[in-house]
Design a binder for this molecule. Sequence first.
Ligand code: PLP
Length: 406
Amino acid sequence: MNSITQEYRPRLSNRLAQLEPSATVGLGNRIAQLRAQGISIISFGQGEPDFPTPELIKAAAVEAIAQNQTRYTPTGGIAELRRAIAQRVELDTGIAYTPNQISVTTGAKEAIFLAFQALCDEGDEVIVPAPYWVSYVEQVRLAGATPVIIHTDESTAFKMTADQLATYLTPRTRALILNTPSNPTGAVYDAAELRSLAETLRNTDVLVLTDEIYDAICYVDYARWLRVAPDFASRTLVVNGASKTYAMTGWRIGYIAGPEPIVGAIRAIQSHSTTHPASIAQYAALMAFTPSDELDQTVAAMVHAFKERRDLIVEALNHVPGVECMVPDGAFYVFPNITSLLNRPLHDGTVCATANDLANYLLERALIGVVPGEAFGAPGYVRLSFAQSNADISEGMRRFAEAVGA
Ligand SMILES: Cc1ncc(COP(=O)(O)O)c(C=O)c1O
């Protein structure tokens, strides 16, 4: 039988020369390998709720199959879903949206990918505050543009200040990414902070891509960009989706809302690439995005559970000598500073020089999966997701403390 041989070395595009594969996906693969060998790993790596998709939403998908909703849909999503999303974004932001200003995408990840494809040319700059979600930088690069990183740390609770932003603006700045609550830090900008960012951008033509995928998972009052800066509506792209709020990561439903010329361009790219997300997932999302007390209660219960787990994991981490962990105001991640654990012998004498080394050490020795900060543009930290049971959090933290103990 013929097979693929190593002799033929395919040439990859120049665009891919710089591409880093997703660290979180990489970690997931390694954990899967270890588990396949029968090794019990507690993973703090995954960026998804551990809850099942609510019954109401699953039933809507089953019904869509029964009704043979299994064919191509319009590019950018079925009309009912775009209408429901337009209403939802209008409720969220106080800005009127029409279905034409919405596109349904294969996860929020595709929405952001397509936004940069639609907006950026070679030489354009996109400002990405760090620590950042792993895909922003690569997606900006894949669009030919240059990511411009603004580093933040605990001194500003991982939030970019208006002064910082001002120093990074250039005539080439095309867009700013705002991600609040943030993955990986859980930082949430308050209204005053957003107002001063808006002030800094007001006399520029910079677009704002506001990634609000964790808006429902917030432990403080949520300040929304367009509520604070409604005059930016014609140069703001709102990205959100069903993945986190409704525990629907596998269904791959996201959306983008914004000015029709940009969203129309995004639909044009979709028409030549994915066409639309799966029809069945769209009907499920229609149920998710249709206002309902039942779903509101389910989401509230999930957020309540996340808050308890947050308190548990922050407390445990701050008891580990050498670890300092801020309390996240949103999302389901903690981002402890582990610099004091580097360059000194850990429990078994191992010395780790980088967060990457530490993550490998924790995986192989303590059998816990954490994502190294390098992946988020923040060496010196690791990210842990607390979207898992209290028992796993407690046991995982016990293993962490033991493995790094002097
Ligand atoms: C900040 C942020 N934006 C976007 C996404 C993409 O979400 P989706 O599953 O809808 O593609 C994620 C997922 O981890 C995320 O953390």
